[in-house]
Design a protein around this ligand. Sequence first.
Ligand SMILES: Cc1cc2nc3c(=O)[nH]c(=O)nc-3n(C[C@H](O)[C@H](O)[C@H](O)COP(=O)(O)OP(=O)(O)OC[C@H]3O[C@@H](n4cnc5c(N)ncnc54)[C@H](O)[C@@H]3O)c2cc1C
Length: 494
Amino acid sequence: MKKMECDVAVVAAGLSGLAASIAAAEEGLRVITLEKSKVTGGAASMGMGPLAIGTRHQANVGYNLTPDDAFLKHMHWSHWMVDARLVYDYYRKSASTIEWLEDMGVEFVYRNTTLYTPSRMRSYAEPERTCHAVKPADGGRLGPRVAARMTKAMTERAVELGVNILTETPGKKLIMEDGRIAGVLAAAADGEELEVRAGAVILATGGFGDNPEMIKEFTGLTWGKDLFSFRIPGNVGDGIKMAWEVGAAHGDIRLDLMYQIPDNTNHFNLEGAFRQPMLWVNKLGERFMPEDCLANTCTTGNAINRQPGHTCFAIMDTALLKHYKKRGIDIFGIQGPDVFDHFDEEAGQALETGYPYFVKADTIEELCEKAGIDLPGLRATLEQYNADCDNGGFDSVFNKDRQFMRPIRKGPFYSLQSFPGAYGSFGGIKINYKTEAVNEDGYPIKGLYAVGTDACDIYGDTYPFILGGNTMAFCLNSGRMAAENAAAYLRSLG
Ligand SMILES: Cc1cc2nc3c(=O)[nH]c(=O)nc-3n(C[C@H](O)[C@H](O)[C@H](O)COP(=O)(O)OP(=O)(O)OC[C@H]3O[C@@H](n4cnc5c(N)ncnc54)[C@H](O)[C@@H]3O)c2cc1C
């Protein structure tokens, strides 16, 4: 068995693990970071950027939300079912974390795009302007994956500070001695067992979004049947299980729920084309929400999740397709404004390859049969919906904005089926406001810290788009907090 020694061992080099590693090294601690995959960065490499409150970017545009304001909004959102002190400390730290990242060379683009979107169609009716997107490389478009530049800069900073990042080296088991953490066992890249002796261990393994069994156990959803979520390879709940093994209590466990179509990356524009306020029905053919409110992917995910079969269908007819091709989209999503320019190509591809979630049909009967929608139910819905459209556009079911009341009459008809999705999981290891893993009685397991997704149960039942950029920000700030608290703990040991 190989043996190594350090002050702090960080298990994983995703976003929270990198933050913890850098902050621990800045405290003057010797840090070894164990990373399961070949590369660092984890899920964060797919996103846009973190929340912060009270930054100079916000001050520059006269936006003055305070951490206290955000804290109260957050606590009302979560119905005070979460750790208030952890949330408060996190928001107070968030602005300094942006400066900390900027000192590493990360650049941010701070924009207030929500002001140009009608309130009912925003991700949240009254969103705060908290997200700081990472600036794309020269000429790049602001969108998914820009945050990879942040994790790259963080990795470089960690290396510069002397953090020993061991890739392809998964952490396996915590070492406890005399009632406190003494290190972690890992599998080295060459397969040999590795013992890393450390006074403190910070777990940051990114949750269990890639573990269908844990997803089934804790949410009841079956991946590939009624859940089509992102699966970041290797995020299978290792850190959570390691902490539970040494007596950490279970935190609240959920999915970072949203909605999506299966295999969405291969049908990217098709998905964007249907994420519009057209007619949306469940398997019974019934409407279940005003379609102009579906821009918030998380709350729409909740709505879809409670439908029969956890699924729904967006439907348009030829006239509506023609309208969208000519006039463009109503709701702007991550897919961008030009999704209908790609409609024929992607629809043709989906039909050719037999993608079962997209249907083109000459009649409503054929549509229902192919898609699996109840025909009498859809017929009744269409009768009402089309009559409402003819009647000045007053939506008698949900009062959807009348500008989106467009009848569905003229074949061919098209439908696309959506399901709950998720960015990943939330929570697992119960922590206190110092990010220490705690036992059932609330006492810390000495020397053990958990950060990021492994410990993130601060939202209640739904991710708060009201304060966007929240998951990355929690990862960054909890990582920093854990490192600072671990340093204080190690100093207290003398
Ligand atoms: C498509 C997408 C877009 C997103 N966009 C945003 C956004 O714009 N803003 C936002 O706030 N949030 C966003 N998120 C969420 C955010 O990216 C995540 O919440 C965050 O990256 C999670 O950080 P983490 O450190 O907990 O886990 P990760 O960054 O996923 O890191 C986990 C790491 O643990 C490693 N690992 C696993 N097991 C072990 C082990 N046993 N030993 C060692 N290493 C291990 C993995 O290889 C991985 O590197 C997005 C997520 C997705 C999927």
